[in-house]
Design a protein around this ligand. Sequence first.
Ligand SMILES: [Mn+2]
Length: 407
Amino acid sequence: MNLPKKVSKKRVSAPKTKKSVVKKSVVRRKVSEKSNLYPREELFSSGVDRDLYITTLRKIDDFLDLKLLKRVAIISDNDQDGVTAAVQLKLFLDSRKVDSKVFFYDHYTKSFSFPKEDFFKFNPEKTIFLDLNENFVSDILDEIGTKAGPCLLIDHHQSSMITDAPFRVVIIKPHSFSRVEPSRYPATKMVHDLFVGKDWVCAIGVIGDFAQEQWGSFIKFVLKKYSLTPKKLIELDDIVCCITSQYPEKINSLFEFLCKAKHPLELLNSEYVAFKNLFEFRLDILKELFYKEGEYYSDAGVYFFKADARFSGKLSNILSQQLPNQVVVIYEQPGEKIKCSIRRQDFKVNCGELAREGVRGLKSSNGGGHIPAAGASFLASDLAQFKKQVRLYLLNNPPKSVIVSRK
Ligand SMILES: [Mn+2]
């Protein structure tokens, strides 16, 4: 926890008023400033509710019970947000002398970055899930069952039910302690704010999840602290995006690198940059092809385009920034299934709902996500049906005034 331990523990038991708690957090902020950390107080002017925040910290404290905890597994999504969130949580647990191991989960291939047996061998007492919604958590628990122990989920996707959890699952979402629109409160920023974060690593995940506007003063703080230009920060995100999306076999070593690196320049001078340059070159070609060959339906305001394997996430982000008031569906076919990235950045279409409706009734499919960004997967033979359902959904649910997510 970012509260000094003895203070936070006392707070849980002592019958103090909320006012006294607030005063103590102000004291802690001064300490933070001295140690060159992002001032926690800034959170409360960015939509975080002070009382709910303290309650959430206690909830996490109670779950972790650090005095007794020895071994905890972290299962995280494998994008920039998930990786940077895992780095920060791992470092926090290291600092508290808790043995932890990180397993990245690819929600498209439904595979771990380590053999599942490693998880069983590690034999955690508890498991913390990061940046994965309840459906994925249910799928994972289905596989690892009772081996996960009691679970904590820190996530910002639209909520659903967890099925078949053998132990209790404590769920923390942005709405647990803030009024921030969930897609704009990435898991990495939640971990940063609820534990002790690693600011520049967190900033990479914030950029990766398009949340830089929401956290403008935090991004400014990071730029200044490390003398980075905004361009360099985007380059850092591009490097992490490239490795996590293109070279899944390198994800564990990138993770170690981010844990150890003292300064963002280390990443900017690393061997990973060459991979990023190649990635960008291929992205440019795909962008050009999209504008030439993309399938466009003006009545529904939607583009479909088939990209090379592992490019759809990044490509859809870039294109939807250029076409903020259109739905952009970029798909790829890594195996017998097609996976899609669905984007529309102006919040006038709920992409998560669109993804769910697009795959409705399709065999071995899934779909869901945030309002501005979502994903879907289904059998390649269902592509035409998927496109039809997407268009129908859009015709029946034309863009409306900005949607604000309540879950
Ligand atoms: Mn995320």
